[in-house]
Design a protein around this ligand. Structure first.
Ligand SMILES: [Zn+2]
Length: 314
């Protein structure tokens, strides 16, 4: 059976793998013109398997989002033939409307990242793509319907501020984000959601609230019991429940793809750019002239040879 969906998942997915909710088979990293992707897993499912990439590493939080090869991960999904990506991550609540463990279907992004490669078309004019809606409306609707069926607490619509990291945000920054309309903050899902558009992929986004972003006020003060603060041990059961629900949601959505009568606008902006810039119909050829990834080594599809990995001097 062919996988129809790729899932980009934060470290919480380790829990789903450990407890057997997701039975995974490692397929290895995938070589791309942008360097190797992170390990790709196939998640077994009797109805519909899907692919899984954990951008932070296979076992724990091995690298922060600043050091993730976002382009390689998205390219790998496209190369595997999937058309839809579901991204989920933990987030800090900026808005007071959320509680620990709440699930929030995202509706928009404020991108505060500063040093991530955010286009496949470096040095070209191709990547000027419309970003409304940011997330695939069909995917967000599909997830909302399923969350309602599951009768779990969730919010439809939330603006995620994505910061560069790896440090966490200052109190003044969090207050600034709140004043600008940000409701949640995280290091993940950007530029992934933008890169997906350049590959004509649908991208659904959902977060679970893992902590309260620090503002320095007495409201929900910092708690040293949690890595990111703000989530006391008493809330751990809510977090575990949220991750379990996400696991069930991902399974449900994977089984419902592709959607009948899907009429989302996700591929339209790139289709227009491809026409305007006379890009090849075969999407892989759009990156054919790209030089070798400078620091990565590995298989180079341009030269069709293995580039030695650079030696590391002590
Ligand atoms: Zn779509």
């Amino acid at each position: 059976m062919t996988a129809r969906m790729g899932c980009l998942a934060g470290p919480a997915v380790y829990r789903l793998r450990q407890q057997g909710t997701f039975r995974t088979r490692p397929l290895g990293p995938r070589q791309t013109p942008f360097g190797p992707s992170e390990m790709v897993f196939e998640v077994h499912d009797e109805v519909s398997p899907f692919y899984l990439i954990c951008p932070h590493g296979t076992e724990g939080y091995q690298r922060s989002d600043s050091f993730v090869n976002h382009r390689a991960n998205l390219y790998a999904f496209k190369d595997l033939g999937i058309e839809t990506v579901l991204g989920f991550t933990a987030a800090g609540a900026v808005s007071h409307n959320y509680d620990i463990g709440d699930l929030v279907l995202l509706s928009d992004v404020i991108d505060q990242t500063t040093r991530r490669a955010n286009t496949f078309f470096e040095g070209q004019g191709v990547g000027v793509l419309r970003q409304f809606p940011v997330f695939c409306p069909d995917m967000q609707k599909l997830m909302a319907e399923n969350l309602a069926e599951m009768r779990c607490r969730h919010h439809e619509g939330g603006t995620l501020v994505v910061t560069e990291g790896p440090r966490l945000e200052t109190a003044a920054e969090v207050r600034f984000f709140a004043a600008a309309g940000g409701q949640l903050v995280s290091h993940a899902l950007a530029p992934d959601v933008f890169l997906a558009k350049e590959l004509e992929l649908c991208f659904g986004g959902i977060v679970y609230v893992a902590n309260f972003a620090e503002t320095g006020s007495s409201y929900r003060p910092y708690s040293a019991e949690n890595l990111f603060g703000g989530a006391p041990v008493s809330d751990q059961s809510r977090l575990e429940r949220a991750v379990d629900l996400l696991g069930e949601l991902i399974r449900r959505v994977s089984r419902l793809l592709p959607r009948e009568n899907a009429d989302c606008p996700c591929s339209l902006p790139m289709r227009d750019r491809a026409q305007r810039f006379d890009l090849p119909a075969d999407w892989r050829l759009r990156f054919g002239s790209r030089p070798h990834p400078p620091m990565m080594g590995g298989w180079c599809p341009t030269c069709e040879v293995n580039i030695p990995r650079p030696s590391v001097k002590a």
